[in-house]
Write a protein that binds this ligand. Structure first.
Ligand code: ZN
Length: 273
């Protein structure tokens, strides 16, 4: 299920950061923001399941991430409880905003350490869920995440403002995804409002507002159903196309800069020698 959430997260980001603004005539994010934000949102679409000790996030950085998973599980009342609610979503967004505040003054300028680390963590879990490196997972996932977060830090440090938006997008996509495919989520957690007895007998409503107070949108049947795949395939293809176009643009923009940087370094080295 992790891969499904991740792919929908990336697709939602491409829509918000690129397709949507173009259609509406607004100025979209530049290619770095689309590419790296897309990868980050594939990751933020997984954080809600940090309340489960065997989820992708929980196993991303053992043993710390496992310990945190147990903490979240206890604090949020178990799997698919507090983290799958409006309050849980707000919590993750505030966390991303706080991370953006952690900056360190270095000789290269102000470095957004908090945002960089959070983005790196999100991209790492995305790479894992999407199985980008199926053979040599752990190390390559982290190296990939480091390079991606490094790209932003180096080429577009002012762009970190999109990180809380990425978090909001990912979390909303996750919760909606679970509402569509699973037995429902407690949106108003910790408040549980159960439907009155007479409403529980109404055919459609009793699927949307469950007797236990959870909400669901049972459009796609059970998780892993054929209908789910029918939606997922075009969604993933859309995300792939958007990200590849962005990746191409980033490569075209950054390769000459990287080459120039290398040239300067070499000439300085030769000059010094
Ligand atoms: Zn979930």
């Amino acid at each position: 299920m992790g891969g499904h959430h991740a792919a929908s997260g990336a697709a939602a980001w491409v829509a918000i950061a690129s397709t949507g603004p173009y259609t509406l005539g607004w100025y979209p994010l530049d290619a770095t923001g689309i590419l790296i934000g897309g990868m980050a949102t594939a990751g933020t679409a997984l954080v809600c399941d940090w309340d489960h000790r065997h989820s992708t996030v929980a196993n991303s950085l053992p043993p710390l991430s496992n310990v945190i998973a147990r903490g979240i599980e206890t604090a949020s009342g178990g799997h698919r409880q507090g983290t799958h609610s409006i309050l849980g979503a707000a919590f993750f967004v505030v966390l991303a905003m706080l991370a953006g505040q952690i900056q360190v003054q270095t000789s290269w300028g102000l470095l957004s350490v908090g945002a960089g680390l959070l983005c790196m963590f999100m991209i790492n879990i995305a790479a894992k869920a999407l199985k980008l490196f199926p053979k040599s997972g752990f190390i390559s996932n982290w190296i990939f995440a480091l390079v991606m977060a490094g790209l932003v830090t180096w080429f577009a440090p002012h762009q970190w403002t999109w990180l809380p938006v990425s978090m909001l997008t990912g979390v909303v996509v996750h919760i909606v995804g679970d509402m569509i495919t699973t037995g429902g989520v407690p949106l108003l957690w910790p408040i549980v409002i159960k439907p009155p007895r007479f409403l529980r007998k109404l055919p459609v409503l009793n699927d949307v507002w469950k007797a236990n107070g959870a909400f669901s949108l049972p459009l796609l049947g059970r998780a892993g159903s054929r209908r789910e795949w029918l939606v997922l395939i075009p969604v993933s293809a859309y995300a792939m196309v958007g990200m590849c176009v962005a990746a191409w643009a980033v490569a075209r923009a950054t390769l000459p800069a990287a080459a120039a940087l290398g040239k300067t370094a070499v000439s300085r080295f030769l000059g010094a020698g």
